[in-house]
Design a protein around this ligand. Sequence first.
Ligand SMILES: [Zn+2]
Length: 271
Amino acid sequence: MWGPVALALALAIACGGDPAGAALPPAGGGPPLDPSPWVAATDGTIPLVIVVSHGGSVAPAWLPDRDCVACVTATDLKTHELAIAIADGFDRRVGARPFVVANLLHRRKFDANRAVAEATGGHVPLEAMWTLFHARIDSAKARALRQHPRALLIDLHGHGHPIARLEIGYLLTSGDLRAPDAVLAPRFSAAGVAAVPSAALPAPAAADAYFSGGYNTWRHDSLGGGAVDAIQVESHYLGVRDTPAARTAFAETFVTVLLQYLADHYDWRPA
Ligand SMILES: [Zn+2]
């Protein structure tokens, strides 16, 4: 007779699944849910933290699906892979990496860009995951600030809107980031990747869907104190996220744009 541990391990092996899926449910009166396999955090040395909220695919059957009213459950396909490609791109170019923090749970189970009740769908044991995810981001920010006076956080998403362009969201009132020469989108446009808002297109047409920045951008931005500015980047799929070659090519553009941006606004240049 197999106990729950052996059974869960056997299922994980049988599915050839990510070992992260082997995390065990909290049994009645047993240990609390351990969310640590569901957050991937890698260290960096440059003043950039990349957060991946919706790229996860781990979906243990024992974890209830979120069933909140009107909650979104679609994943941002390949955004974790894109973040890794970007980190690798920095490594190749300048021999240093950004910090990366990724939620590995499928959005059906957990939404890492929402306040706790909507994030967990009201499943109280999963609040430990929400707490850990933000603790890992806070830790990455703190480690970046031990090496640099200021840092930038990019919450990296994928959208399925009909127009193939980056949608860059600023919740900020920070004059620095709103100044015409400071916004990120025109730099991507100049580098050949369509992006809004930009000088040519200061605001998307009213009929066009546009993500302006969500919970993480609000929570982790310097507006609430601290020395880390947060920006949400929503990427289109084709030519950016869809294939390894596309991700590598986009990562090269991303690195070029961000190196200039970090030099201009964070006074950071590779050694
Ligand atoms: Zn998203």
